[in-house]
Design a protein around this ligand. Structure first.
Ligand code: ZN
Length: 571
């Protein structure tokens, strides 16, 4: 279909097409608009007519003309192509009979694989015992077509016997060629959860390793992952698919709310205990595409991620997204339970009650950071870090009303005056969330931070040849991906940075641009110097252990030189 896609993009001008939906304004060499997919008062929706792409820096959605039609008109890919072809006056057959057959085969293969796995589960007592042990009832296993993959080439052989071509089986992501050139099943020694599209057709699988296999491979240098997903195929797009959506959409619509959980086990446990307005993110992080889809069904999102620090991180990362789509977010407090599956198993009524008493996200987050075990009045650096971290979360809300509300609450919890907090929050920039990790004892800087600095710097440099030349002369300071983007204008990722450039800097004045450019260059150099310091520290330890006095002296000299340069920066 690649040919049809190109034809449509050539015939239909992206900005003309978008003008029939939204008002476009100039922004540097690009265009901007109020985003039609999320609530906003200042434009974050950017369009590059030249690169035929769009991206919203408010909510994170983006793509080409086809993606826009899919999202705006709520169409699946082939329908969007047909819709656009008509607009373009093209009389093209969107799917040739061969292509239709190819799509059809992928669905057929998944249907047959699902049935095969399901019948295998009945023969495997220890897999059934494992599921029962996790609290999954036999009716639920049946209802959600749970299965078992023993592995080797059992599925592949079964599908070949049914008359399928091995090429199609590989294309569906169900088998792969190993290093000796033999075709083996993709899933082995795993409990299988079929993933369906919104009309209930199976399009992919998630496999959870059996406890036996987990123990068997525990000492292997490359142990298999606990959960494994099907690869992306023409019928399976990870960032848009949610586990259980086909079953739960009517319940979400009725209650105008959704319970979001991390994994399939959580979903099934909750479903069994009667919570049906639920979806699982299952193995990927939450994307704006998921939220755009859920927003059509629900106004309130109840979040119940794992009750640990990884779950908290996932919640914090998703707050901004939720807020952009104007969701009312509440967090379900799992109390002593480690995840929703655990809670549903121990006390079936627990989740329903916990949903009723769920707290607004920030109230929940404050509760964690200000708990007696995390908040220490006497540890000043940690207290400062915590406050800065919470302020950067509050700042990401982008709504002044919400910001004020939570600053007041934060002031109450921390005992710091509201005016001091308002002062502090003004000084927090986009990079603040990363900067706090700079305080690591090892002196090493997180890769996320240097990427964030490099990204902003390249976007800024794209506004002016002068900046671009300075940055090119110092490109060794940039992470390799950004060096490539800088050198090669046809790099695909450059398009996004050009849009970011127009979005962030098109309206800024000269002096401000100069100042920020110098500041970002300095941050990048600081990263490099800190990394060198970390290496010297390691070498020093080794030199010390082996008693090499000369080397130690030289290293100490290098170290103090770098420290001096770093100090000069902060003057
Ligand atoms: Zn948007």
């Amino acid at each position: 279909m690649a040919k049809e896609v190109d034809l449509i993009k050539e015939k239909l001008d992206l900005s003309d097409f978008l003008r029939s939906y939204i008002t476009l304004l100039p922004a540097g060499r690009n265009l901007k608009a109020l985003c039609p997919f999320h609530q906003e008062k200042t434009p974050s929706f950017m369009v590059s007519p030249e690169r035929k792409m769009w991206h919203c820096f408010g909510c994170g959605l983006g793509g080409d003309i086809i993606k826009f039609a899919m999202l705006y008109e709520h169409l699946e890919f082939p329908e969007a192509l047909r819709f656009l072809a008509e607009k373009a006056g093209l009389n093209i057959q969107i799917m040739s009979p061969i292509q239709q057959r190819e799509f059809g085969i992928l669905y057929d293969l998944h249907e047959e694989a699902k049935n095969f796995y399901k019948s295998e589960l009945k023969k495997n007592k220890s897999a059934v015992d494992y599921l029962s042990g996790r609290g999954i009832a036999p009716e639920t296993m049946e209802e959600f077509d749970l299965g078992f993959a023993s592995g080797g080439e059992t599925l592949t052989v079964h599908l070949l016997k049914k008359g399928h071509d091995v090429k199609d089986i590989v294309r569906a992501g169900l088998a792969q060629k190993n290093t000796s050139g033999l075709y083996r099943d993709k899933f082995f020694e795993r409990i299988i959860f079929p993933i369906n599209n919104q009309v209930g057709k199976t399009i992919a699988f998630t496999g959870r390793i059996t406890p036996e296999a987990e123990a068997k491979y525990a000492d292997s240098p490359t142990p298999p992952p606990k959960y494994l997903n099907s690869p992306e195929t023409p019928i399976f797009n990870k960032s848009r698919t949610l586990y259980g959506f086909d079953r739960s959409k009517q319940f979400m619509n009725e209650s105008r709310s959704v319970l979001l959980v991390e994994g399939q086990m959580d979903f099934l446990g909750a479903w069994q205990s009667g919570v049906k307005n639920i979806v699982a993110v299952s193995g990927t992080s939450l994307t704006p595409y998921h939220l755009e889809k859920l927003r059509r069904m629900a106004d309130t999102a109840f979040v119940s991620f794992d009750n640990d620090s990884a779950g908290l991180k996932a919640l914090e990362r998703s707050l901004e997204f939720f807020n952009n789509f104007d969701f009312h977010v509440k967090v379900v407090d799992l109390g002593k339970f480690k995840d929703p599956a655990d809670a549903a198993k121990a006390a079936p009524e627990f989740l329903k009650e916990a949903i009723v008493s769920a707290k607004p996200a920030f109230q929940y987050i404050f509760g964690i950071y200000f708990s007696p075990e995390n908040w220490d009045e006497n540890d000043v650096p940690k207290r400062k870090r915590t406050i800065r971290h919470l302020l950067s979360l509050i700042k990401s809300l982008k709504s002044a009303v919400e910001e004020n509300f939570w600053l007041k609450k934060l002031s109450g919890e921390s005992g710091i005056s509201e005016s001091a907090l308002s002062e502090e929050i003004r000084g927090i920039d986009e990079l603040a969330g990363y900067v706090e990790e700079e305080g690591d004892e090892a002196g090493a800087v997180s890769a996320d931070y240097s990427d964030a600095v490099a990204k902003r710097l390249v976007a800024l440099a794209l506004t002016k040849d002068k900046f671009l030349n300075i940055l090119k002369a110092n490109s060794q300071l940039l992470p390799p991906v950004f060096q490539k983007i800088l050198e090669n204008p046809s790099e695909e990722a450059r398009g996004l940075l050009e849009l970011q450039s127009s979005y962030e800097f098109a309206d800024a004045d000269e002096d401000k641009l100069e100042k920020e450019f110098r500041d970002l260059m300095r941050r990048l150099e600081t990263v490099e110097l800190r990394e060198r310091q970390a290496i010297i520290k390691k070498s020093l330890k080794m030199a010390q252990a082996s008693g090499k006095e000369d080397l130690m002296n030289q290293l100490l000299g290098d170290f103090s030189e770098i420290t001096k340069r770093l100090n000069d920066f902060t003057k």
